[in-house]
Design a binder for this molecule. Structure first.
Ligand code: C5P
Length: 235
């Protein structure tokens, strides 16, 4: 059974304060999205990749990223939707005809420092358990805070994890989770939450804090500064 990856990269990126959408900002002379796709291209367990781009950026993404860097596994480019969940659903629908998919991975286009080994671990656990996600235990003290910036209470951080991508799922399970979520108008910020809504167990794979999501100008500066070291971890 095949493994397919969906790479949502259709956000508008208001937090980056830039005219260029985040996935196309340059990191060491190459678009962030190209760095991300390069990692997936190199994982032999993955047979195909679907990229989701903003409807206004489809041509740019096709020419300046997919064609320019000759990604052979990128078989589809689909337009994104209003929320991240809508973007991933568009890709899932494009994969509907494929009945030989074992596992579907979803990974943020703006997380270029995931390692091949982390991806392989997520695939393996998804095959075995149905759903698997990458995360790191919370290090800071965590508090619930009111809009008026007053502390409401302190959370017990020992069982709090910060969740990243990739998230991997048996294909049938992920499809069912999306159909059920839309039937109840449920929106989550990740795919795992849709499975959780169905009462489906999801396994957490310990990752590392360097699987950065490049969201702000500071993230981009940090990524640029740490790039040589971050790239050297890609085993
Ligand atoms: O908004 P967030 O930081 O969760 O975005 C994570 C990833 O999802 C990014 O790669 C972004 O481009 C993508 N996204 C999308 N469609 C949206 C919103 C976000 O593909 N409507």
């Amino acid at each position: 059974m095949k493994v397919a990856a969906i790479i949502p990269a259709a956000g508008i990126g208001v937090r980056m304060q830039s005219q260029t959408p985040k996935p196309y900002l340059m990191l060491a002379g190459k678009p962030i999205l190209a760095h991300t796709l390069e990692v997936f291209e190199g994982v032999k367990e993955i047979q195909e990749v679907t990229v989701v781009a903003h409807p206004d950026d489809l041509d740019y993404c096709r020419e300046e990223v997919i064609a320019a860097y000759r990604f052979k596994k990128v078989l589809r480019l689909v337009p994104g939707g209003k929320e991240r969940q809508d973007s991933v659903y568009h890709a899932l629908k494009a994969l509907q005809q494929e009945d030989d998919l074992g596992v579907i991975l979803v990974h943020d286009g703006v997380r270029p420092f995931v390692t091949p080994e982390q991806i392989r671990q997520v695939i393996k656990a998804a095959r075995a358990h149905g759903g698997a996600i990458l995360g790191v235990p919370a290090q800071d003290t965590l508090k619930r805070v009111s809009p008026q910036k007053k502390v409401i209470h302190t959370l017990d951080r020992k069982d709090i994890w910060q969740i990243q991508t990739p998230q991997g799922f048996q294909a049938g399970l992920l499809r069912r989770a999306f159909v059920e979520a839309y039937s109840r108008n449920f929106y989550g910020t990740d795919e795992s939450s849709l499975l959780e809504e169905m009462g489906q167990a999801v396994t957490v794979i310990p990752g590392d804090p360097w699987n950065l999501k490049i969201t702000t100008p500071d993230d981009l500066r940090l990524a640029e500064a740490l790039l040589p070291w971050l790239r050297s971890r890609k085993t």
